[in-house]
Write a protein that binds this ligand. Structure first.
Ligand SMILES: *[C@@H]1O[C@H](CO)[C@@H](O)[C@H](O)[C@H]1NC(C)=O
Ligand SMILES: *[C@@H]1O[C@H](CO)[C@@H](O)[C@H](O)[C@H]1NC(C)=O
Ligand SMILES: *[C@@H]1O[C@H](CO)[C@@H](O)[C@H](O)[C@H]1NC(C)=O
Length: 247
């Protein structure tokens, strides 16, 4: 039997088409990169919680479509200060932050995706993450590699109440697809789901994430949580097909 016309039309009328907020072409060249991203950390500043000082010259597009962040061992750098502590700076490296902020809409959600070639060597700490514009947390580590051979997926309610999952990371020399969907779960909290290479890895929950703006950061931190000393030569972290869209 044919379904009534209204049953066919209703899904079209009620589900909004996804909107692209950052297109996959964002890393086509330096002009598109600079249209969507700023260099260093998006809240301002060139150091954070590890042993790298970020510099624009370490975030480049060596071939169209691929952003490469390069960490280079250096000496003579002024230490960083984070959480009241001094951190030795042993590297110059690269970070980019989205110019726009991303807010999980009531009744909707956002998808963050891309393809990543990351290192899992001790002392290297590449990441793809969201963090609160106002205060902290919220924070979602959509993918981070802390020099252990694993990839980590984390959602913070407080500094000590954290949903986390560490997963074995195969073939670090290859690109791997990462996707994170953050949806309104109940008008207040968010459901956060993480995929690697198309396979769901974890489902976590962010307390009171709905309606709060996030920064999006892609950076190659060094040492810190990934151990030290880090490598003596250059380390690279490459990203392509990064996209942000509504669900
Ligand atoms: C950069 O890439 C965009 C998107 O593919 C293209 O429209 C633009 O012409 C390119 N600009 C330069 C300077 O190559
Ligand atoms: C974070 O808060 C949400 C909402 O209250 C809850 O469902 C989730 O279990 C909490 N996460 C952890 C790790 O306790
Ligand atoms: C290391 O990286 C820096 C910054 O990108 C670059 O100038 C330098 O040539 C690289 N060194 C090697 C040996 O590749």
């Amino acid at each position: 039997m044919r379904p009534p016309l209204a049953a066919l039309l209703l899904p079209l009328l009620t589900s909004a088409a996804p909107t692209t907020l950052i297109p996959k072409s964002a890393f086509a060249n330096t002009s598109t990169l600079e249209q969507y991203f700023t260099y260093n950390y998006p809240w301002g500043g060139d150091t954070h919680n590890g042993g790298a000082r970020m510099a624009p010259s370490h975030a480049t597009i060596p071939s169209p479509g691929t952003l490469t962040l390069t960490a280079q061992k250096v000496s003579g750098q002024k230490p960083a200060t984070h959480g009241g502590k001094q951190i030795a700076i042993n590297y110059l490296s690269g970070a980019v932050g989205a110019k726009q902020h991303f807010t999980i809409p009531a009744g909707g959600g956002l998808a963050f995706s891309g393809s990543f070639r990351a290192t899992t060597t001790k002392g290297t700490w590449p990441a793809f993450w969201l963090t609160a514009v106002n205060g902290w947390p919220p924070e979602i580590d959509m993918a981070e590699w802390k020099g252990s051979g694993k990839i980590s997926f984390n959602t913070f309610n407080t500094s000590s109440v954290v949903g986390w999952k560490d997963v074995a990371y195969p073939n670090a020399d290859a690109f791997h697809d990462i996707r994170c969907e953050v949806r309104d779960a109940n008008g207040r909290d968010a459901r956060v789901q993480f995929w690697m290479d198309g396979v769901l890895q974890a489902t976590q929950w962010g307390r009171e994430y709905v309606g709060k703006p996030f920064y999006l950061v892609v950076n190659l931190q060094m040492e810190g949580s990934s151990g030290s000393p880090g490598p003596g030569g250059n380390t690279t972290y490459s990203i392509r097909d990064l996209e942000v869209a509504t669900l």
